[in-house]
Design a protein around this ligand. Structure first.
Ligand code: FES
Length: 375
């Protein structure tokens, strides 16, 4: 990294408070070996308070509390109150499980600004199947509670082959529940979703239909709700500027205190990431090897270095490059200039075949599978 590559502050702090979660989603973005982080390994209240203070002093302005399910931490209100006192804009990313009347009241008093509530589908059957829990009715009640407390609400629904044909009903439900924002986030194929990729990747026809319907709703609904539709990387021919650039804006702190430039970076070989128990957030952000490794363009492959679009996407996603090309410094194989692009084309081709997605059962996130899958 040269002096001119020196990044600004970590504007966005993602506090992954815990990997514990009552749900078992087949597309969960937590690491597949999440069960190796036990409750007793989690950073304690004091540790999180220090992280909040240090990151804010560095210039962080937005703080997301996520997990797992952050509501399983009974110190969530203390952390939100401190983040609010420090001047962060605070966001809770939740499945809704645990957001009782009492906790909603306490979080309101603590100054929580915003809630993102996840649904898996608009039908009770599929919602409960995909999360492997009976949570659909509860989520509906929680949505009402969020609105009664006056919070702006993002409804988030991860989209994939099994629910993409319900896109219109999903939008209708978001409007009915009073969501200000709807994230139709097509699954990206990391962690548990990568294990289930062939079952979850939609066909091109499904994707085009869903995008068309979303655009029709946007035209019809105008400002009533803002709808974000995120296309799966596999259907693009240029990669995304992942995390808006490695170590550029986002700082994730995992439940055990490991600091990462994105939530899956821990799997990358040959890199060590510091822990907030041992190093201050400022030193982690500016000086640690893990955060500096993929800043600038010195690390890029010749393909990326020579590409006129390299500033736009910064070579794509390091985690995807590792998962699909076996090398975190490779051009993201989503890019059609990547020598490994065929891997993506093959997965997309399989998704168009009759009977696609049915060859194997879904693997649901659960601690036993996690231990089995751990290296
Ligand atoms: Fe890790 Fe893209 S998810 S760099």
């Amino acid at each position: 990294m040269t002096a001119t590559d020196r990044p600004g502050p970590p504007l966005w702090l993602l506090a992954e408070l815990t990997y514990r979660c009552p749900l078992h989603c087949a597309f969960c973005y937590n690491p597949v070996d999440f069960a190796r982080t036990r409750a007793e390994d989690e950073l304690d209240t004091e540790g999180w308070l220090r992280v909040l203070n240090e990151a804010r002093a560095l210039g962080s302005v937005q703080c997301g509390f996520s997990g797992g399910e952050p509501l399983v931490r009974d110190d969530l209100e203390i952390l939100v109150a401190e983040a609010h006192r420090l001047g962060y804009y605070t966001n809770l990313l939740t499945s809704g499980v645990g957001l009782t009347e009492d906790r909603a009241e306490a979080l309101k008093a603590a100054g929580l600004d915003h809630i993102q509530l996840s649904f898996q589908d608009t039908t009770k059957e599929l919602n409960d199947f995909l999360s492997h829990t009976r949570t659909f009715d509860l989520k509906q009640q929680v949505a009402g509670r969020i609105k009664r407390n006056g919070w702006p609400m993002v409804m988030n629904c991860v989209i994939h082959r099994l629910n993409i044909d319900h896109i219109g009903q999903i939008i209708d439900m978001a409007v009915e529940l009073g969501a200000e924002y709807l994230e139709l986030a097509n699954s990206q194929y990391y962690a548990w979703a990568k294990l289930n990729r062939d079952q979850l990747l939609p066909s091109r026809e499904q994707l085009e239909r869903a995008e068309r319907i979303t655009n029709e709703y946007r035209a019809k609904l105008g400002d009533k709700i803002r709808i974000f539709f995120v296309v799966p990387d596999y259907y693009e021919n240029r990669p995304k500027k992942c995390m808006n650039g490695w170590g550029n804006v986002f700082l994730t702190v995992t439940p055990d205190g490991t600091a990462l430039p994105c939530h899956t970076a821990k799997m990358l070989p040959g890199l060590s990431f510091p822990n907030v128990r041992e190093m201050g957030v400022g030193e982690i952000w500016y000086d640690s090897e893990g955060f500096n490794r993929y800043r600038g363009d010195g690390w890029m492959s010749d393909t990326c270095k020579a590409c006129p679009e390299k500033e736009k996407d910064l070579g794509g996603c390091r985690c995807q490059a590792f998962m699909l090309a076996g090398d975190p410094a490779a051009t993201d194989p989503v890019c059609d200039k990547s020598p490994q692009h065929q891997v993506v084309l093959d997965a997309v081709a399989r998704a168009q075949l009759p009977g696609a997605g049915t060859a194997a059962p879904l693997l649901f996130r659960d601690p036993k599978a996690s231990r089995r899958l751990a290296p």
